[in-house]
Design a protein. Structure first.
Length: 55
């Protein structure tokens, strides 16, 4: 799965349950022992798309 496949965070969607792509992403993260995140810096911080996925 790629970050481009994840929808932007929307609290209204979260209330009704996660979309299928989010559920799949969460399961894939839970099934591993650890993750390594490598990303270029964007304006002295985390890129918005990555932050969205982590949220």
């Amino acid at each position: 799965m790629e970050l481009k496949d994840l929808p932007l965070f929307n609290e209204d969607l979260e209330v009704g349950g996660d979309p299928e792509t989010i559920t799949t992403f969460k399961i894939s993260i839970q099934e591993v022992d650890g993750i390594i995140i490598v990303s270029p810096e964007y304006n002295s911080g985390i890129p918005g798309v990555l932050k969205n996925a982590l949220d």
